[in-house]
Every structure is written in structure tokens, then in C-alpha cells.
Ligand binder design. Structure first.
Ligand code: TA6
Length: 302
């Protein structure tokens, strides 16, 4: 069966190979597993409860309407990363069986009320929004598309969007993220901006950087021992967050298990987070990311 739906999950299986499959938790519309020929591509915390009581640590959590914490009016009451990952999304159904493709939606009816009502702050009435996420399982790829609609006839609203992708790697110390030289980044740890000079991002300490306006023609690649094990293609997602919590931060996160799990993951997160999207009345905003398994290394000129 290419697509099955349970009370909590949607499961996609590729018609050419049943060991190529993907699982989406309806809570947060979070992809929690993606296997190519039985090999898991994503990192998920060990013993993940996936009980719908807390955002998932791992997989591809969805970040909306704010990335991180924001002091901007209308966003300063929202918890880190907003409410998309803390809400029970509505499974709309199958849009294709080959390649298996499904769609989920989030509206004010499904949004976590405690968090949603904080968007816009006390002054503003809650925004009438609609988000569709479409997930397509290819033979060696997974495409996630997002459509945000402003259902307000007169009001504008602003938002960030980010796919908070936890990619699995054999060993972070033998792993590089390529195609970022020359790009401007804001270092969340140093609290300063600089141009990336290294030919590739290496990981020997906690790393938390927001690369701003990276040409979407540049595919990002996660390279392990000279082989591109993950490729990230983006459409209308100009910003890229690269994160590894390393030792101390992992220890400090209650839901980060096992504590040495940082050795086997890197977050390469495609989004629009450097500034807010301003969406006018009845406006529509679309974007997508496509993750691919092992490919040839493609270096883009700086
Ligand atoms: O995407 C990187 C980041 O913003 C880091 O600063 C770290 O906080 C990470 O997200 C995880 O955030 P979470 O709220 O899931 O613990």
C-alpha cells in the first residue's frame, strides 16, 4: 500500500521498493522517518515518545510563524519556533500514489490555541491563516512543499517559515556542509555577523549559524568522508540554518537523547528567517525543499 493513515501517522511507501518509506506524525505534521532502501536518512531522538504532548526532537519539525524567539511586536509572546510543530494538523489525503504524495493543513481551528492566540499580540485579533504542507516520496528523494495563505480580506500578517531538518550522519567530525563559502551568516553563539571563509563548514564544537540570502541555485550538501550523503535543494527559501548542539548543549536539553546523539546528526534547515515574509490580504506564499540521498559532490562557484 503506497499510503496508509493511522490515528497518529501517515505512512508513504515507494511503489518500486517497500523499504523506501516515510512516516509523518500528524502532530506537528513532522516527518519522523525517511528511509531510502531501508537506510534511515533523518536523526530522531532515541525513545522518541511521539505522544503529541511536545514537539518532536528530530525528523523535520516545521517552524511557523516565528523562527527562534523574536522581540518584534506581535511575535514577542510566542514560544521558540512558534506553534506549527505543537499543533495537530489535519490530514487532507492523497494527492498522488506514484510518487506517493500527501497533504496536511493547519488553520486556526487546528492550531494550538494557547500559542496561536499570542501571534499578533493582545492588540491584534487572531490572524485567519491557512497552511498546506505537501510531502512527496521519490525513489531517492523527499520533497516538502509549503503554501501559506492569508485569509484576511484587509489585514497583512508577517511570518517566518523553516524546515528544521535533522539529517543523520555517520560521524559529525568527518562531516562537512558545502557551498557556503562567501555567504553572509549571523553566528547565534558569537552574536555577530561575518562572511563564511571556510571552504566547507566543519564541526568540532557547538555550531549555530544563520546563512542569509544563499542563492537557491546553490544546492547544499552534507559530505561524509568525501561522499555527498545528503543534498538539499531549495525553492524560495533563501536562508539556511546550520546547527549542531555538540556536547554541553546536548546535555542541557532534556529531550536530547542519547547525549552523544550530536555525533550522528546535523541540522541543515532551509527557511525564510532572516526577515519576515509580509503577506498581504488574501495573499499566497509558496516554497519547497527537496532532500536527496547520496549524489555526486557539486561545488558551486563562490
Ligand atoms: O535551528 C537552530 C536552533 O534555533 C538552535 O538555536 C536550537 O535552539 C535549535 O533551533 C533547537 O531548538 P528547539 O526549540 O527545538 O530546542
Amino acid at each position: 500500500m503506497p499510503i496508509t493513515s493511522t490515528e497518529t501517522h501517515v505512512i508513504l511507501t515507494h511503489p518500486d521498493d517497500e523499504s523506501t518509506e516515510l512516516q509523518i506524525l500528524k502532530y506537528g505534521a513532522t516527518v519522523v522517518s525517511w528511509k531510502i532502501h531501508g537506510e534511515e536518512q533523518l536523526w530522531l531522538l532515541e525513545g522518541a515518545k511521539l505522544d503529541g504532548l511536545r514537539p518532536v526532537r528530530g525528523g523535520v519539525p516545521l517552524v511557523f510563524p516565528v523562527f527562534g524567539k523574536s522581540s518584534k511586536a506581535g511575535f514577542d509572546q510566542l514560544p521558540q519556533h512558534g506553534f506549527a510543530r505543537n499543533s495537530e494538523w489535519d490530514f487532507l489525503g492523497v494527492t498522488s500514489s506514484d510518487p506517493p504524495t500527501v497533504q496536511l493543513a493547519l488553520s486556526p481551528e487546528e492550531a494550538n490555541p494557547d500559542i496561536y492566540q499570542k501571534w499578533g499580540g493582545e492588540k491584534e485579533e487572531n490572524y485567519n491563516f491557512l497552511v498546506f504542507v505537501t510531502v512527496e516520496l521519490g525513489a531517492q528523494s523527499m520533497k516538502m512543499s509549503v503554501e501559506v495563505q492569508n485569509r484576511e480580506p484587509e489585514r497583512v500578517f508577517n511570518f517566518n517559515w523553516l524546515f528544521h531538518t535533522y539529517l543523520r550522519v555517520p560521524d559529525i567530525e568527518d562531516t562537512l556542509v558545502t557551498n557556503l563559502p562567501g555567504e553572509k551568516c549571523y553566528d547565534q553563539l558569537l552574536k555577530e555577523s561575518y562572511e563564511e571563509k571556510a571552504p566547507a563548514v566543519q564541526f568540532h564544537q557547538e555550531t549555530d549559524r544563520i546563512y542569509i540570502n544563499v542563492d537557491t541555485k546553490k544546492d547544499l550538501q552534507v559530505v561524509h568522508l568525501g561522499k555527498a550523503i545528503h543534498t538539499i535543494k531549495r525553492d524560495n527559501l533563501p536562508d539556511v540554518v546550520v546547527w549542531n548542539p555538540w556536547i554541553e548543549k546536548s546535555k542541557g536539553m532534556g529531550d536530547f537523547e542519547p547525549k552523544d546523539g550530536y555525533k550522528h546528526m546535523v541540522c541543515v534547515e532551509a527557511g525564510k528567517v532572516g526577515e519576515f515574509v509580509e503577506l498581504g490580504p488574501m495573499g499566497i506564499w509558496k516554497a519547497s525543499q527537496e532532500l536527496k540521498g547520496g549524489e555526486d559532490i557539486k561545488l558551486h562557484a563562490v
